[in-house]
Design a protein around this ligand. Structure first.
Ligand code: GLU
Length: 299
């Protein structure tokens, strides 16, 4: 059987915070628990969104927390050729079509789905005369895509109803995250995707793309999101503070507690390697079954 391979794929729009550390630790534990590899990928697909210094800060933080990845770091910004090749295969198979709709036009007619507006199919049968192609979309079937998630359980989604034909390339030429992630995971030999539950609704799109491209489907586990006292997700948008790399043991303690792995009291203040060693042995995602959010505890 092939060796398990997990990954952590942060977007470098800022430094890591406690919420992103939870995804890093969860993916690390899941891979190491079964003796697997754990890779780091930097999702710097969208250059304007890369915060200066963030890539270095993320790597330093991971190392400070004892989260040592295997092999070379993969940068999405250097994978453009692979994305364009995948796009070309989908186009040649007749699975894509150009779309001229602007955001404003869609906002006026489309209904809301699981992740923004459901594309109403305006350009599916061809561009209206005089209209210019802006984006490239994937035709999706009116059928359910289902998978088993190791934390959230069975998940099913009808792509046509929940998302519609989604964009693979934007008007400005930028490749969509959904395509990039599928190409990268296959290229890196990822067999296990462990990440935040905010990406659960994206997974059927990714599985469908894997099917279209003949790529293997990894196993999935979507971890609960870390929320503050008011139930708000810790994120850069809600102003979560960057990880303090001088309190790594406490940070790991908080995250492990949130992952339903409260370390033994005698491990309080232990160095990261010791905490992680204990947690790798005890990792049990079923303890998080069905949880979509977990409140951060004070140390
Ligand atoms: N880069 C994405 C994020 O930071 C995660 C991508 C993934 O894990 O598939 O939200």
């Amino acid at each position: 059987m092939a060796q398990t391979c997990g990954r952590f794929a942060p977007s470098p729009s800022g430094a890591l915070h406690l919420g992103s550390l939870l995804a890093a630790v969860g993916s690390y534990l899941a891979a190491r628990h079964v003796g697997g590899r754990w890779l780091l990928r930097i999702d710097d697909l969208d250059p304007p969104r890369v915060a200066p210094g963030a890539i270095d800060a993320i790597q330093r933080s991971l190392q400070a927390h004892g989260l040592l990845w295997d092999g070379e770091v993969l940068y999405q910004s250097r994978c453009g050729e692979a994305y364009r090749a995948a796009l070309e295969r989908l186009r040649a198979a007749g699975l894509t079509y150009p779309c001229a709709c602007t955001r404003r036009e869609l906002a006026a007619i489309a209904r809301a789905g699981v992740d923004g507006l459901v594309y109403p199919g305006t350009c599916r049968t061809g561009l209206a005369s005089g209209r210019m192609a802006r984006a490239l979309r994937l035709r999706v079937p009116d059928a359910e895509i289902g998978f088993y998630d190791a934390v959230q359980g069975d998940y099913r989604q009808n792509l046509a109803r929940a998302v519609g034909d989604f964009a693979l390339q934007r008007a400005d030429g930028l490749i969509a995250y959904q395509l990039a992630v599928v190409v990268d995971d296959a290229f890196q030999g990822v067999t296990q995707v462990v990440r935040g539950v905010d990406l659960l609704a994206s997974t059927p799109r990714q599985i469908y793309l894997q099917q279209c491209l003949g790529l293997p489907q990894p196993d999935y586990a979507h971890l609960p999101l870390l929320v503050d006292r008011h139930g708000l997700k810790l994120s850069k948008q809600t102003g979560a503070s960057p990880l303090d790399d001088t309190r790594v043991s406490d940070n790991l303690w908080q995250v492990l507690t949130a992952l339903a792995l409260p370390p033994l009291p005698e491990l309080r203040g232990s160095p990261p390697a010791e905490l992680l060693h204990w947690a790798v042995a005890h990792w049990e995602p079923i303890r998080l079954a069905g949880q979509a959010a977990v409140q951060v505890t004070e140390t």
